[in-house]
Design a protein around this ligand. Structure first.
Ligand code: HEM
Length: 429
């Protein structure tokens, strides 16, 4: 017997359920409760299948990989603003580029970046100590952007990185805009993209003349066993993507770390006690020996994933759970709601790092960095950076939430507390 389309409603003609999807925080959750892990809708002009829960996500990211296209899943604005970068590459082109880029984000390269991360973190801590009152989300954004531009491009913190950071903010706000609408944000974002590309061209040419040990030099040098290298345009597009993908996401997780630790004093005390077992300076060797801090970051990733989900285009019809989905549809795997399923995580709304103590995790149940062969390339880099910053904060500082602020989450473009987390910050030595 031929299987049917997944259950669900496709909403109004043309706009479908786009408005509900963008405005209702519980859009996926409500439909999951009604229909289960696979259901249909119609958003952003296309029939869409939503896939929620470890089994459905495993199908999309791993076993059913060939049915889906990355490029076809992102809106055109992403392709226009971020260029031919890893996000929108597929097949052989993606495999080649990813292989050439991998060494810049793992092993020996990470160890080399550690001292730059440490130095820039210290500068920001000193500045925060003097400021005393912080809007911490904005401060973490400057910190993570300074780290990214130093390590990826060799551009040290200062006026130039402030300008670049501003350009990125303008670029990011056009990612979900309407390119053809008069007065749309998209035009400003395109101008910001062009200014960033001009800057990258200068930096790449300089680095060709004078190689250093930043990630850009590694990308310029990279060669695989077949003799493939990244072209100038490829390096420029990938560097742009790395700066984009590599700072707002870590900003988001650091902000939620600071917020959850502030409102869960027992967690703060336990995490601080773990840090007190180390000598004063934070070293690379120590970073892998902080199991409780790992538990906290797992729980932050679960409860506050910076990216709520990922889109793909369906390029080959497929069957899942007895339903069939035709080619041409959009597919979304839900990170946010997979992390909140009570059958996977009992009492899912509770912030509880202890749930990660000695637990064996079901595959594809913690997917804040995606999963499968296209898992986030910056995962190890991000974890190193976040743990380094957190270790400093826990050893030498305390912070208090300022009253009268809205802490409820805003999810787009990356998850943050509505008022960007305002705190009083002080050293405790
Ligand atoms: C807390 C920090 C981060 C989070 C939560 C995060 C999250 C993600 C997620 C969910 C994906 C998969 C998207 C999908 O399946 O559609 C992804 C991919 C990616 N991320 Fe990250 N990311 C983080 C940090 C970074 C950093 C620091 C970099 C750069 C060094 C980076 C670069 C990338 C790239 C290039 C991809 C595309 C990989 C591919 O398609 O092969 N990310 N990230």
């Amino acid at each position: 017997m031929a299987s049917s389309l997944p259950p669900g409603s496709t909403g109004l003609p043309f706009i479908g359920e786009t408005l509900q999807f963008l405005t209702d925080r519980n859009f996926v959750q409500k439909r999951y409760q009604r229909h289960g892990s696979v259901f249909k809708s119609h958003i952003i002009g296309r029939p869409t299948v939503f896939m929620v829960g470890p089994d459905a996500v495993e199908f999309l990211l791993s076993s059913g990989f060939d049915n889906f296209s990355w490029r076809d899943g992102w809106p055109d604005t992403f392709k226009l603003l971020l260029g031919r970068s890893l996000f929108v590459q597929e097949g052989e082109e993606h495999r080649k580029n990813r292989r050439l880029m991998m060494p810049a984000f793992h092993g020996a390269a990470l160890a080399r970046y550690f001292s730059s991360m440490e130095e820039i973190t210290q500068q920001h801590l000193k500045k925060w100590e003097q400021q005393q009152t912080l809007q911490w989300y904005e401060e973490f954004k400057q910190l993570t952007f300074d780290i990214a531009s130093q390590i990826f491009l060799g551009t040290p913190p200062g006026k130039e990185t402030e300008r670049l950071s501003q350009l990125f903010t303008t670029l990011t706000s056009g990612l979900l805009s309407f390119p053809n609408l008069p007065g749309s944000q998209f035009k400003k974002s395109l101008a910001a993209r062009n200014a960033l590309l001009d800057h990258l061209a200068i930096v790449i040419n300089q680095r060709k003349e004078n190689p250093t040990d930043d990630a850009l030099s590694l990308l310029l040098d990279a060669q695989d066993e077949e003799g493939n290298r990244l072209s100038f345009e490829e390096i420029r597009a990938q560097a742009m993507l790395l700066l984009f993908a590599g700072h707002e996401t870590t900003t988001s997780m650091l902000t939620w770390f600071a917020l959850e630790v502030a409102r869960n004093k027992d967690v703060y005390q336990k995490a601080k006690a773990e840090q007190q077992t180390f000598s004063d300076a934070v070293t690379l060797e120590q970073i892998s020996k902080m199991p409780y801090l790992d538990q906290i970051f797992n729980e932050i990733e679960r409860l506050h994933p910076p990216v709520a989900g990922g889109f793909r285009g369906v390029v080959k019809p497929f069957e899942f759970n007895g339903y069939s989905v035709p080619a041409g549809w959009l597919a979304q795997y839900s990170i946010l709601h997979t992390h909140r399923l009570p059958e996977v995580y009992p009492d899912p709304e509770k912030f509880d790092p202890d749930r990660w103590h000695n637990t064996k995790q079901k595959p594809f149940s913690l997917i804040g960095f995606g999963g499968g062969s296209r898992v986030c390339i910056g995962l190890a880099f991000a974890k190193l950076e976040m743990k380094l910053v957190a270790a400093h904060l826990l050893r030498h500082y305390e912070w208090e939430l300022l009253p009268h602020q809205r802490l409820e989450p805003v999810q787009i473009p990356t998850r943050r507390p509505k008022d960007r987390l305002r705190v009083i910050f002080r050293a405790i030595d």
